[in-house]
Design a protein around this ligand. Sequence first.
Ligand SMILES: [Mg+2]
Length: 142
Amino acid sequence: MNAFNIRRAYSKKKESAWDKIYWFIDFHDTVCRADYGDAAKTHEFFPNAERVLRTLSEKKDVSLVLWTCSHADDIQTLVDWLRTRGIVFCYVNENPEVADSRLSCYEKKPYMNIVLDDKAGFCGDDGDWFLIEEELKAIGEW
Ligand SMILES: [Mg+2]
């Protein structure tokens, strides 16, 4: 994982006086190991994922967006299950908080600041959730 992306996103937030940071986070093989079975079952978090996501969920200047290709029924089951663990995803695959402008259209590419996805190199089972906690602590955002 490129931890410096997190540092840079929070730097830009300060420089540009943004209200929020939008984290787009995949579920399968990013938050929990994918088994592609029953979405209603209990999933096994990767080490430190639950702690980091719960901490981010409590921050007023963070919106978590579930970034997933799962089907709609499974998505709702996952979102509900995560909520029982204190992890709150505000949206799924969209960010309605940021409107189109003269220069930007977010219809097909939602506005996002930080992306965690195993298909983009994130390794939930190789310590990346610990790196995120370290980085957030290092920049005073934990
Ligand atoms: Mg995945």
